[in-house]
Design a binder for this molecule. Structure first.
Ligand code: CAA
Length: 383
């Protein structure tokens, strides 16, 4: 039985800053952000939006009444939880109108969480072929104003429906996983921003990729030639490229050109939104599918998932005949093009205007799903 991604969609908040503006404000050469980091724009989230509203906005348009009746598991992968106890998936389950006899929970392991969700969903559907599982990656990447990580912030969600006979990507059985207890990026309970050792995080990402790729190759006797493209976790677009380049040294010129061209197709959206944390790999996959000139039914895509701390996985999938009909390139371009550009002053004001859940408040926001009020620490969402 084939199991995989039947539908997928992303959502980002309707505000961004231009990276040239940010570089000038921070007294940095713009080419450091545009070329060195590889980012053009960065998504910014207002306080009336959170991981639940991103997730609901990403998922709502995917789900038919038949899907809502068949979904029996809602999984949110996030490292931006809004509660230490209650899972955002429970709120999402209600907002989306999923039938009641379902499991709803969150998974945390930095940017790897959603991949754990996808793998769990795959096993669940294998055991229960009539089930569908909604997996959502939703995060707000924040390092602080004027911090080293500031140009690698971002926000948004990717929603995926996992089912049998998927219409986009069949997930293959071959996986290589790796766990290494490393403090490259972490956020102790109570800390507003993550603590990050930037150089170590870059090095651990590359080292993890090399290790899982080597393990995968040895385990399944596959080489780069068996893949039509690779998709990476993209904390900033230069990161995945560095990892890719590290395995291309021994490849022919044409092979290098082939893999680098598809890498460029996978970062079109990330260049404009920045880091989605758990969603970044899957945003890269959507970008690849919607911008590739070479992929076709049957093409095999390798996916590298990385969560600091550090857990990584290399896995793969093959494209289904007719997958193009289940993409939404025009909608996604419109979502990105219709965002409002913030001046640096506006961005800093929005960044500092954090949600205070201990003070009752009401909010106006035009999005289909947004926070309308805070009362007694509880968020009320517009449906
Ligand atoms: N023109 C062109 N390039 C320039 C330049 C210029 N004028 N000035 C600098 N650069 C280049 C540098 O040469 C460098 O390129 P290489 O890495 O290829 O050598 C690049 O710009 C970045 O320069 P620095 O290394 O000096 O940048 P930095 O010290 O400001 O830190 C960072 C960059 C480590 C990514 C930092 O932004 C950070 O800590 N970000 C958060 C952590 C992160 O994203 N880590 C990635 C791996 S961890 C992960 O993947 C999980 C996750 O999602 C967080």
């Amino acid at each position: 039985m084939n199991v995989g991604i039947d539908k997928m969609n992303f959502f980002v908040p309707p505000y961004y800053v231009d990276m040239t503006d940010l570089a000038i404000a921070r007294d940095v050469d713009p080419n450091k952000f545009l070329i060195g980091i590889g980012q053009e724009q960065m998504a910014v989230s207002p306080k009336s939006q959170d991981i639940v509203t991103f997730a609901a906005n990403a998922a709502k348009q995917l789900l038919t009444p038949e899907d809502l009746a068949a979904i029996d598991m809602v999984i949110v992968g996030t490292e931006t939880s809004i509660d230490e106890s209650k899972a955002s998936a429970v709120v999402l389950h209600r907002l989306l109108g999923v039938q009641p006899f379902a499991r709803s929970f969150e998974i945390k392991e930095a940017c790897y969480g959603a991949t754990a969700g996808v793998q769990l969903a795959k096993s669940h559907v294998r055991a229960n072929p009539d089930s569908k599982v909604l997996v959502i990656a939703s995060d707000i990447a924040r390092y602080g104003l004027n911090s080293g990580g500031e140009p690698t912030q971002g926000a948004g969600a990717v929603a995926m429906l996992i089912s049998r006979d998927p219409r986009i990507l069949v997930l293959e059985e071959q996986n290589a996983m790796l766990t290494q207890d490393i403090y490259d990026f972490w956020r102790p309970v109570g800390h507003q921003y993550p603590l990050v050792d930037g150089p170590l995080s870059n090095a651990t990402y590359i080292d993890s990729f090399q290790k899982v790729w080597k393990h995968y190759q040895a385990k399944y006797q596959r080489s780069l030639a068996d893949f039509d493209a690779l998709a990476f976790h993209i904390p900033y677009t230069k990161m995945g490229k560095k990892a890719l380049l590290s395995i291309l040294e021994t490849e022919s010129e044409s092979e290098q050109a082939r893999m680098l061209a598809s890498y460029e197709e996978s970062i079109v959206y990330s260049r404009k939104v920045g880091n989605l944390y758990t969603g970044s790999l899957y945003l890269g996959l959507i970008s690849l599918l919607e911008n590739s000139n070479t992929l076709a039914a049957g093409s095999r895509i390798g996916l590298f998932s990385y969560g600091s701390g550090a857990v990584s996985e290399f896995f793969s999938g093959t494209l289904v005949e007719g997958y193009e009909a289940f993409l939404a390139k025009e909608d996604h371009q419109m979502l990105l093009n219709n965002r409002h550009k913030l001046s640096i002053d506006e961005y800093e004001a929005m960044f500092n205007d954090a949600l205070d859940i201990d003070t009752a408040a009401t909010f106006e926001d035009a999005l289909p799903f947004s926070i309308t009020a805070i009362e007694g620490t509880i968020r009320t969402y517009r449906q």
